[in-house]
Design a protein around this ligand. Structure first.
Ligand SMILES: Nc1ncnc2c1ncn2[C@@H]1O[C@H](COP(=O)(O)OP(=O)(O)O)[C@@H](O)[C@H]1O
Ligand SMILES: [Mg+2]
Length: 362
């Protein structure tokens, strides 16, 4: 039985439709990330599950019990709100014991929670005496002290700098696994979600875009928004003329014909998406003549482990990322070969609302 079922939940604030018919299931012990840009409805969704907000429609089922009409106190859900403000005038101990409007927890539970996050020895400190990472751990301890099996975390790592974020995300996941918790972890950080989620859900403007393992979602984005939100992509518009032995033949304005492997599809006006790291750049002609183009280097940017090239191919600008250690020795204005491997192209119907609107984050 799934631990949590969210079934057709909708919630509007006046004319703003924050959640539209949202449905998903989270299994027992699963680490489930909800990923989406600001305004996607992530916080609203956690509030609906925790009971702080009543949905306009739909149901929330926890452990087989329909809790939609239950108040937060009896749902047996731990919730760490976005921003996790600690009370500055309270000690670490009191923050955990009395935080989040609780009546005060038994000493044993407070001590256990503080030990779990490794900060029992700082119980008499005040928040300003702690580092950002330690404050984050206290907020987590506060949520954990409630002792529920289902833990809701709203952007738990977003206030931390990148190194601390990376360190704490694994710590967080390991701790939750040790405690055998079922976790909903909300974030707008793509890498954070992909690195720790067992499964994830991409949310945009209150609408579920895709649910799957990070790998499934990354390898096979359900639509242009997801493809573009997960990582930068190059878009090529064209007309699908036919599919031969799985290889789609696409006529484009500026690149001529390109070939991309595809399942059978029922649309013909298409957008093909290529990730910058899937495009091959070389000085010498590559050993194929499918999807090979000549282009001029417009920009070359060294960003450490990767070097980014912007290449102009017949007026189409393509971003290509190459491992710095194997990046060819070419400069701006040099000519290079650009190869689009047919198996890496992602094909989508051309969006009715236009490409820019389809991928817009706001
Ligand atoms: N109390 C509120 N009153 C009016 N609009 C709200 C309220 N809370 C959230 N919203 C709006 O609902 C949408 C979803 O918000 P939110 O759930 O906070 O998204 P996220 O957490 O993904 O950033 C946004 O457009 C936001 O402005
Ligand atoms: Mg939010």
């Amino acid at each position: 039985m799934p631990e949590l079922v969210v079934d057709s939940v909708s919630k509007s604030y006046g004319s703003i439709r924050a959640l539209r018919n949202v449905s998903f299931r989270v299994g027992d012990g699963e680490y489930f990330c909800i990923l989406g840009p600001t305004g996607a409805g992530k916080t609203t969704l956690l509030k609906v599950i925790s009971g702080l907000i009543r949905p306009d429609k739909g149901r929330v089922i926890i452990d087989g019990v329909d809790v939609t009409d239950f108040p937060p106190e009896v749902r047996n859900v731990s919730y760490m709100p976005q921003g996790y403000a600690l009370f500055p005038h309270m000690t670490v101990w009191d923050n955990v014991a009395y935080g989040a409007g609780m009546k005060g927890l038994p000493e044993e539970k407070v001590a256990d929670a503080l030990k779990l996050v490794g900060l029992y020895h700082r119980r008499d400190s005040y928040p300003h005496e702690l580092s950002g990472g330690q404050q984050q751990r206290i907020a987590l301890a506060r949520a954990l002290a409630a002792g529920s099996k289902l833990l809701l975390l709203d952007e738990p790592l977003s206030a931390l700098d990148i190194l601390l974020n990376i360190e704490l995300r694994y710590e967080l996941k390991n701790l939750c696994r040790e405690l055998d918790l079922t976790v909903l972890h909300v974030t707008h950080n793509v890498e954070e979600a992909m690195s720790i989620a067992d499964r994830m859900m991409v949310l945009r403007k209150g609408v579920v875009q895709q649910i799957g393992s990070p790998r499934e979602v990354y390898m096979n984005p359900a639509n242009l928004f997801v493809a573009n939100f997960l990582s930068e992509v190059n878009f090529i518009e064209g007309i699908l003329r036919g599919i031969r032995l799985g290889l789609g033949v696409i006529e484009t304005d500026k690149l001529g014909v390109i070939h991309v492997y595809t399942r059978p599809v029922r649309f013909w006006h298409v957008v093909v998406a290529y990730r910058p790291e899937d495009i091959v750049l070389s000085v010498d002609p590559p050993p194929t003549d499918l999807n090979v183009f000549r282009g001029r280097v417009v920009e070359r940017e060294f960003i450490g482990i990767v070097t980014r090239f912007l290449v102009d191919v017949n007026g189409v600008e393509m971003h290509v990322n190459v491992w710095t250690s194997v990046a060819p020795d070419v400069k701006v204005d040099d000519y290079v070969y650009v190869h689009l491997p047919p198996r890496y192209g992602l094909i989508y119907p051309y969006p009715r609302e236009g490409l820019m609107k389809a991928i817009a984050v706001e």
